[in-house]
Design a binder for this molecule. Sequence first.
Ligand code: ATP
Ligand code: MG
Ligand code: MG
Length: 410
Amino acid sequence: MELDKMDENDWKYHGEGNKSLVVSHVQHPRVLRLLKYPAEDSENPPQTAEQAYRQIQNIVDFSSNVMSSLLGEKFIHSGEVVKLPLEFVRQLSIKVQHQRPWRCDKVMDIYSGCALCLPNLTSPALHQPTHTPPLCIEIKPKCGFLPSPKHVSKDIKTKVCRYCMHQHYKQVANGKWKRRSFYCPLDLFSNRQRMHFAIKHLIEEPQNNFKVFKGGQCIYSSKEGSDESPDMNSLLHHLRPYFLHANNRINSHVTSKAVLNDFIQVSRGLPSDSVLFRILQTQMLDTLDIEGLYPLYRQVEQHLQDFPKETRLQIEGPYNEAFLEKLQKCPAEDDGSVEYAVAKVHQYRVAMTAKDCSIMVALVPSSEEEFSYSASILDLDPKPFDSIPRQLRLDQKIVTCYLRTGGALP
Ligand code: ATP
Ligand code: MG
Ligand code: MG
């Protein structure tokens, strides 16, 4: 990529989350991931260009030095920070603004010129004997286990998973999604049959947990705040050519149900070398639940107030091997030391990242009935230390709402 010859016409809107906006190159399998700011800050960037650069470098370091060693190097592409010409970024922001389907309460950062350059995981360069474009499934699985009763104040937390309670909360309390998803992460992280069940529910109601790409283009996803369901017929139309050999045919016509079934079955690409297993293991570094962790967070916070010059604890990085070592060599018991508290906080933050990442499974037809698979994990940003109190409050709100309304919808 020649940074001095950047042209906004070579890039197009690809997707976005809460923190970043992604554009993809129209020819090369590459994306740029740019930061987003709240729209009210658009005239007044909340951080300097140096701070933005540092933030993205931290993301790269966290992904490559910490998450990749926990999740498995072969799934992770950490990318590199690039410094783009400001004029290019401004033109790009104008170009993509009207293509953005949602989340316009935030705007793309046009001030720092910094971005993360990554391979485009939706158009992987797998061995391609056919000319069929790759199919790509993105799943944001969320937390796949229940906390231990030892650390939680409400019994319900050990019975109903956090995602399911959060779904309920989003519907009851803030109407963010008009329809409820019956996806449950505990299913996805379970046996084959329950995994298929989970994927069926993700297809029915993708929200922001499921997307399908074909040849690098998103062809199936939910629209936030919309009460329409995504277009299943259009998905089937796209999928049909990939599943012409589906088992259930009527007069040599492959039924929609068969296409969908075969599509669900391709999720066998998911546990390849246990991507899911590695993600779950990393999520489970949250051993104390937010309730058990919070007092340790306070202890660290107090320590930082007492010793403001202390950087040895690496709270805001650097995310290097020493950071990884701190969380891996955590004492088994709470000995009251700040080292123990910090190690648990580090573990919790790593677990939060693993609860928020996405899996991208690319499928390329390799013969008439076979696919070759490649799986990667993306969105591995470090979660800020000071987001922990917010996590506790959100947890309390979600659980209270669930208990108040008995898990039933009004
Ligand atoms: P979240 O709100 O989930 O934290 P985020 O703001 O951190 O999201 P990402 O999840 O990294 O942003 O990116 C947003 C979307 O862009 C992803 O869900 C995915 O569809 C797409 N995307 C991100 N990185 C890549 C990549 N390397 N290749 C292809 N698509 C990507
Ligand atoms: Mg994401
Ligand atoms: Mg993210």
